[in-house]
Ligand binder design. Sequence first.
Ligand code: SF4
Length: 384
Amino acid sequence: MAFLPILEAWPRERVLERLHAASADDVRRCLHTEHLRMEDMLRLFSPAATDLLEDMARRAHGEHLRHFGRTVTFFTPLYMSDHCTNQCRYCGFNARNRQRRHHLSVEEVAREAEAIAQSGLSHVLLLTGDARHLSSPTYIAGAAGAVRSCMASVCVEVYAMTREEYALLFAHGVDGMTIFQETYNRELYGRLHPAGPKRDFVFRLEAPGRAAAAGMRSIGIGALLGLDDWRCDAFYTALHAHWLQSAWPAVECSVSVPRLRPSSSHFTDIHPVTDRDIVQYISALRCFMPRLGITLSTRESAKLRDNLLPLGVSRMSAGVSTAVGTRASGHSGDGQFQIADTRSVRELSDDLARMGYQAVLKDWEEPGPPLPRIPQEDRDVQRA
Ligand code: SF4
């Protein structure tokens, strides 16, 4: 199974043409349709829908309450290494950036995880740059194994891997992965990634499918908003998520909606994405895929995160550091990007509680050994 043919069936010119052809009446009709199709998704992302944001937000809020209630699951990133061989033009870890870099040993990763656990969090996302000679699949698997004792769920956000490599991680307790395509505009992708293994657009595009095939329980995807016209990348992300959810119904699929943040890359070629655009993106996604996980990171301010929550956000990062080894290993650094919501886990939980929302610190753990079989004589007694 491959996503590329699905992507190629929606050329960018056709997507742009449909986005700009949609009328307010088209959007109104979508908002009164129960099961939305991809064409409807385009209408909800269209400029015409901006005048109907309140109606869309109301429907999104209703769908969200029906499927998630007033809960939001917390997770936190754990940066293990900022060494990277890629030259993504928008990233502070870009290989051309002259900065002091850190690579944690497996023991240091375990100590960082223990420090995270003390804040009450139990879902962790392990991150590395793309430097296989240092952060090999075996290293990542070893780190995952080392943090399992204090974390209920261990996911990774690392370079694109083969199915066999994802299977190795899965066997060492990694239950989910996140990978951002950054932009689905293939020509732009080539310009933004001038060197390094990440240049391979298709290998990255098909990584979520390979991870699902390797057994991962949860898969997160997303585009980095601001690299291209956000409406196009939002549509393609929804198309990708819809394909994943259809191809692997048992996998918990989620979409992140990150906006470009200032970083030491000093990248300036940014397509503007306003707060209202983010409202439209989240509301449209929730209307289109009511069961989809929607993740909001600390790239957004505390005020905006609180306001976006009721529209459909089901997962939030909390207690975040985007630098390597700052929690227990005594390192300091610039981090991958600047965060905007600096609340502690406790402060965030308290603020959400005041809004009537419950912070969920643990919603999953690895299943234990199978239940013991009921002896035959006990089964006979139960039947009688
Ligand atoms: S985005 Fe990832 S792959 Fe690209 S330079 Fe940054 S850390 Fe490396």
